[in-house]
Structures are given as C-alpha cells and as structure tokens.
Design a protein around this ligand. Structure first.
Ligand code: ATP
Ligand code: MG
Ligand code: MG
Length: 554
C-alpha cells in the first residue's frame, strides 16, 4: 500500500477534527483575497490548499473578499478573482465580503469599549508608532488610554458619524503596552478614512484594520482553520485575543510559508507597477505570474494544481525554481496536446524531382502518448519550408540534419538529399535549397526502412501552410531574485528586455480550425497556445508556453 504523505496543515486538521470543540462542525476554510489586484501563482497555492483540504474532507470553503481598504479596491479585481478561482477548478460554498460584516464589527467594537477593552485615541499615526516602542524597548501608554467608557462611546460614535477628520482619531484595543509582541501594544482597530467603498459606498467613514476584521469574519463564517502565510504568525496572539475577549467562536489560525518563485516577482504592488508603467501589456500579459497571465500563456489549470501539489506545504521560507512550474505544464501537455508541424524561421526547399502539380496527403500521428487522439492528414508538395537552423552549409561531421550533399528524413514523408544551395548574390544569404526526394522512402510504405538516415526534421508544405504570428516568451526577469537589486536600483532594473520576440512562421493547414486557447506541441520546438485575445481565423497568433526542454538548465 502506498502511504500518502500528508502536509503538516492536513495533519493538524486531522487531529483537530477529533477535538470536542469541533464536534458537529465540518472542516471549514476560506480563501480571503484583498481585491486590490489580480491573483498570482502564490494565490493559486493558497487556493489549492484551502479548497483542496475542504474537498478532501467533505468540508466547506468560502471565498471572502477582504475589502477593508477602500482606497485600493475595485470591482474589476473582484470579478477577475472569481473567474480565476473557478478556472482553477474550484467552486466556493459561500461568497462573502468582509464589508458585509461592518455593522457587526462596529457592534463588537462597542462591546469591547463597554467592557473597558478598547479606547478612542487622539494620537496621530506617527505618534502611535512612536509610543509603540520597538522589539527591544517597551511601549509607552497613550495619554488617552484611561478615558471613561462613556467618553469612549461618545467619541467612537462621533468618529462614525463624521465629526472627526481623517486620521485624527483611532479606536484601539487596550491590551498591554509592554507586551514583547508589538502587535499586542494597543493595536489600532479603526481609522477614520473618507473613501468611497466599492460596495458600501459612502456609508462608512471609519474602516476596520485587517487584524480587527479578519478573525471576526472567520468566526462569523464558522471557519475551523484559518490558513495564512508566515507573516501573520506574530498576529496570531491578537487574533486569539479578539476572539477570547468577545467570547465568540474561535477558529484556529495556521501559518505556512508563502510561495516564492525564482526569476519572478509576486507582490501585487510590484505586479501593478509593471502594468501601470507598461513594462507588460496588462495583468494578463503571458509573461506575468498572474493566473490570468499563465492562462493566456497556455498553462492548464491542471498543471497549476499539480504544481501546487508537487511543491508541498512548507513551514519555512524557501524559493521554488520556476523550472518546476514549467515542468508541470510540460508533463501535462505531453499527454494531452496534439503534435503539429510549424516552421518558425523558414527556408524554402524545392524538390526538383517531385511533380509540380502533385499533392500527397501524409498520415501523421496526433499524439504518440494518446492513441485515442488519432491521426490527421498533412499535405506534401514540391515546395516546402524547413527550419533555417536545420540546414548548415559548413556542417561538422556530427550534424545529422541537412547539409550540402547530405540526406535527412522529412517527418511522415521521404528522405531528401540536398543537391544545390541557392544564395542571394548580393548578401550571400541562403534563400533556397534544391533537393531531390527518394520515392521509395515514404514513411509507412513497405520500402521505407530499406535506407536509414540519422536525422529527421519537421517541415510544412509551402502552398498549403498558414502564416502565423508566433510570440516567443522568455522569462520576464534576468535575476534569480529580481528584488535583490543593488543600492539605487530596483527590481525593474532586472527586467529582461528580450522577454518577447515576435516571429512570423508557417503552420500546418490543420490549425485553421484551432480555437482560441487551444494548445498544441510544435514538433521539436515546444508547446504553444492559440492566443485567446489576438488570434483570428485569418491571422493566427500563437503564444509559446514553454520550449520542449528547459533551455536554461545547465
Ligand atoms: P501580495 O503581497 O501579493 O499582495 P497578499 O497576501 O497581500 O499578497 P491577499 O489578497 O491578501 O494578498 O492574499 C489572499 C490569500 O492568499 C492570503 O491568505 C495570502 O496568505 C495568500 N497568499 C498571497 N500570496 C501568497 C503566496 N505567495 N504564497 C502563498 N499564499 C499566498
Ligand atoms: Mg493580504
Ligand atoms: Mg498585499
């Protein structure tokens, strides 16, 4: 029997489900994005973890928009997040917005004031920071800490009803200014902020802080396991304090290490900067590590889920090689993508002994990994295109592709011999190869194997091929850790200025019916996807998902 290795969160969850506290509850998780940008591959990890756990244990998983920061949040982001979660293959049990809990949070804040556990403070943001102290020095209590319950209630009401200027007052929890954990030094719960909220409009001019909103939202939804990333470990005592002091249902926060990928930036703030400053063409630019970018590039949802499964869940910071992600999509497409022939840098071949008006249909295997994918016909004629670098004029002995006087097999077709090299007299550039074919060597025929040559190359029939724009993407950053920039430089200085190369090539006519988003393997080259935005039936556009082999591997 193959023993399944459970990640540490799953092990903890399994143990917790035996606790009397959770009796009658099913495992309940949530994915809580802030709608201030598009989701990226790091979020995919959190999605797979939260939705995956719920699915496996017959539990529930909610999608909750953590929309407590109105100045950065937009409906466009809300919509894209839902689309991305669904595309990854998950459906939430309930859809919530933290803003739906604003009334309840306000009532709970009043409750804490009444029990003497929260106070209105007139210190400015800067003063609050100053008074808070540091890791090595204790904090100093706010001079407003000992206001009476009545005064606090009145002032808090005033904050809510618009009597206070932005930033002039806050509501703070009264915990412990000498706590070793700075998060417990009377943290701010509410700030005054006049900003239009994408859902509550202008109803509120006070907004809850993350720590005050998050745990209480979890509690309201009956979340059993509130899974978050390691930065929140130090916030857990505060998470616990709020639940305990409100005497409400108390979920368990568990932290894991956020996903970092080499050659990639992952913070939404930086991704937004790439978009705004037009270093990329949008959030869904195929070079972006966003889910929408990866989708447009041609990544499958299954390959992203497999990737998340493969890398596991860690308790400590680490960086995953982006090659692991690329391998995940290679592995999936190897079994699912049809093979076709495409020539991206063409050179013309004329078969001088092939009848000018003859066309043959050759049978080609669609996917050697999947017999049910069947076969297709590929037209063959006197004029073909082959890849420029499959020919070499002064070739070394071990070059088994085409060279003057040499022979090569055309995939699914014949053995041809290069008789003459035609050059542009002005530039010396090779423009055409005149070759002869051996009619006895057609693939699949009885006599095909009588003669053997070492090399096989791909080709397309010139009069039948379709022109296509092919976008060859490379990594967006040249540095393994793009954020690691010298003094005075930023991650932008690590951008790869050659991350997109556009070429015009030729593809088999079979691709005329290819649908937007369809993925194929161009034989010997890589995996490609019909661009979902720009490709037209009479103007095909392909994105390179990944080359066949990792050209970056040493
Ligand atoms: P960013 O810094 O990119 O803006 P964030 O954590 O602020 O990320 P949220 O919208 O708050 O973004 O994230 C929603 C959920 O996704 C959170 O639970 C967060 O922990 C998780 N998450 C975000 N980035 C990663 C990552 N790189 N790896 C794993 N989980 C992540
Ligand atoms: Mg966040
Ligand atoms: Mg953020």
């Amino acid at each position: 029997i193959k023993r399944e290795r459970l990640n540490f969160i799953e092990q903890e969850a399994q143990k917790d489900l035996q606790l009397p506290k959770l009796a009658g509850r099913c495992l309940t998780t949530r994915f809580p994005p802030e709608p201030n940008g598009y989701l990226h591959i790091g979020h995919a990890k959190s999605i797979c973890l939260n939705f995956g756990l719920a699915k496996k244990y017959g539990g529930r998983c909610n999608l909750r928009f953590d929309d407590t920061n109105p100045s950065k949040e937009e409906q466009e982001y809300v919509d894209s997040i839902q689309e991305d979660v669904r595309w990854l293959g998950y459906e939430w049990d309930e859809l919530h917005y933290a803003s739906d809990y604003f009334d309840q949070l306000y009532a709970w804040a009043v409750q804490l004031i009444k029990s003497g556990k929260a106070f209105v403070c007139d210190l400015t943001g800067e003063q609050v920071r100053e008074y808070r102290g540091t890791l090595t020095s204790p904090g100093k209590p706010s001079p407003y800490r000992d206001r009476s319950v009545e005064e606090n209630l009145e002032l808090f009401e005033g904050m809510k009803s618009g009597e206070v200027a932005d930033g002039a007052r806050t509501l703070r929890a009264k915990i412990d200014m000498s706590a070793p954990n700075i998060n417990l030094r009377d943290p701010v719960m509410y700030r005054v902020l006049r900003a239009h909220h994408h859902r509550t409009g202008d109803k509120w001019c006070i907004y809850p802080m993350y720590d005050w909103a998050h745990g209480q939202s979890d509690s309201l939804e009956g979340i059993t396991h509130s899974i978050c990333t390691l930065e929140f470990t130090d916030h857990r005592p505060l998470y616990d304090w709020f639940c305990e002091n409100l005497e409400i249902y108390h979920p368990r926060q568990i932290e894991f290490a956020r996903l970092n990928l080499s050659f990639t930036v992952m913070s939404k703030r930086k991704l937004l900067q790439l978009v705004k400053e037009k270093h990329v063409l949008g959030w869904d630019d195929p070079r972006m590590p966003t889910i929408s970018g990866l989708r447009r590039r041609g990544y499958t949802a299954e390959s992203l889920r497999n990737f998340c499964e493969r890398i596991g869940v860690a308790k400590f910071f680490s960086t995953i090689d982006v090659g692991v992600l690329e391998n995940a999509v290679r592995d999936h497409l190897n079994t699912t993508a049809n093979r076709v022939m495409a020539v991206l840098d063409p050179i013309k071949v004329v078969l001088t002994n092939y009848p000018a008006d003859q066309v043959e249909q050759l049978e080609a295997v669609n996917n050697p990994e999947d017999a049910s994918a069947g076969t297709r016909e590929v037209p063959f004629s006197r004029e073909l295109y082959i890849e420029r670098d499959d020919f070499m004029e002064d070739a070394p002995r071990k070059f088994f592709r085409l060279k003057p006087g040499g022979e090569v097999r055309l995939r699914y077709g014949y053995i041809i011999k290069c008789d003459e090299v035609i050059k542009d007299p002005a530039t010396g550039e090779v423009t055409e190869l005149h070759c002869s074919y051996d009619p006895e060597t057609r693939s699949g025929s009885a006599t095909a194997t009588q003669r053997k040559v070492k090399g096989t190359i791909h080709w397309v029939s010139a009069p039948h091929a379709l022109q296509a724009e092919v976008r060859l993407y490379d990594r967006l950053f040249l540095a393994e850790n793009p954020e690691d920039a010298p003094e005075g430089k930023s991650f932008l200085d690590n951008l790869n200025t050659d991350s997109l190369q556009v070429v015009r090539g030729f593809v088999e006519p079979w691709l005329a019916s290819a649908q937007p988003g369809e993925r194929v393997q161009f034989e010997r080259t890589g995996y490609f996807c019909v661009d979902s935005k720009d490709s037209q039936p009479d103007g095909l556009v392909f994105n390179r998902i990944v080359p066949l082999r990792d050209s970056w591997a040493k």
